[in-house]
Design a protein around this ligand. Structure first.
Ligand code: ADP
Ligand code: 5GP
Length: 215
């Protein structure tokens, strides 16, 4: 008999270009029951990005009213743009026992880790193997202008410096190895005692059976 499971809030953070979106996409393909927390952002849409799938591209006024109406689980200013995770879809998924994946910066990770859902947070930080490789990845991704890449490179240390606030840290050198490790982390965390509220009934059943045999 398998015990009922609580949903996990799986947070991936990294300096821009280290590979968290790539790992997030692989994780979603690996387990289709995982839902991705689609953030709202005031930044411009990149070529190839889909509104409502990659982000909810939002005007600054609308973003600010979502924050003041308490609709965001967390929000932060990153690279001069606002980003935030709408709370409602997260609560719905967690209550249904489904995991939610977040691609948020360290400020968002900290806010979620301090929220009422803190007991169900699994946070993973992705480090690049080197700063030279981080720049190479940002350049080969080919989605940002030279100016934006410089800005992201300058800010990468600020993000990296928060590595020790996370439950797990992966150095994303070989992508396949990192993905295997990420699956191991998620699989183990799903089996954590506090993620399985139904265990109490399982143990009660075992106890009743035990007492029946004994008498
Ligand atoms: P982030 O979401 O952290 O900004 P991305 O997932 O967009 O980063 O990755 C940045 C670029 O690096 C992409 O072109 C991606 O294909 C590539 N990439 C990601 N992980 C690796 C890896 N382990 N080795 C080589 N290239 C990688
Ligand atoms: P990008 O513009 O490259 O998609 O994301 C830039 C940074 O913003 C990344 O570090 C990403 O993790 C972070 N980010 C994306 N969505 C959110 C969000 O909802 N909240 C917070 N705090 N950060 C976010």
């Amino acid at each position: 008999m398998s015990a009922e499971r609580r949903g996990l809030l799986i947070i991936l953070s990294s300096p821009s270009g280290a590979g968290k979106s790539t790992l997030a996409k692989r994780l979603m393909q690996w387990d289709e029951t995982l839902s991705f927390s689609v953030s709202a952002t005031t930044r411009a849409q990149r070529p190839g990005e889909q509104n409502g799938i990659d982000y909810h591209f939002t005007a600054e006024d609308d973003f600010k009213s979502m924050v003041s109406n308490g609709e965001m689980l967390e929000h932060a200013l990153v690279f001069g743009n606002y980003y935030g995770s709408p709370a409602r879809p997260v609560r719905k998924a967690i209550e249904a026992g489904e995991d939610v994946l977040f691609d948020v910066d360290w400020q968002g990770a900290q806010q979620i880790a301090n929220s009422a859902l803190r007991d169900h947070v699994l946070s993973v930080f992705i480090l690049p193997p080197s700063i030279t490789e981080l720049r190479r990845r940002l350049e080969t991704r080919g989605q940002d202008s030279a100016e934006v890449i410089e800005k992201r490179m300058r800010q990468s240390w600020d993000e990296i410096s928060h590595w020790d606030g996370y439950d797990y840290v992966l150095v994303n050198d070989d992508l396949d190895t990192s993905f295997e490790r990420l699956k191991t982390i998620v699989s183990a965390e799903r089996l954590h005692r506090r993620q399985q509220p139904g265990l109490l009934d399982v143990v009660r059943g075992l106890q009743a059976e035990f007492e029946e045999i004994e008498t």
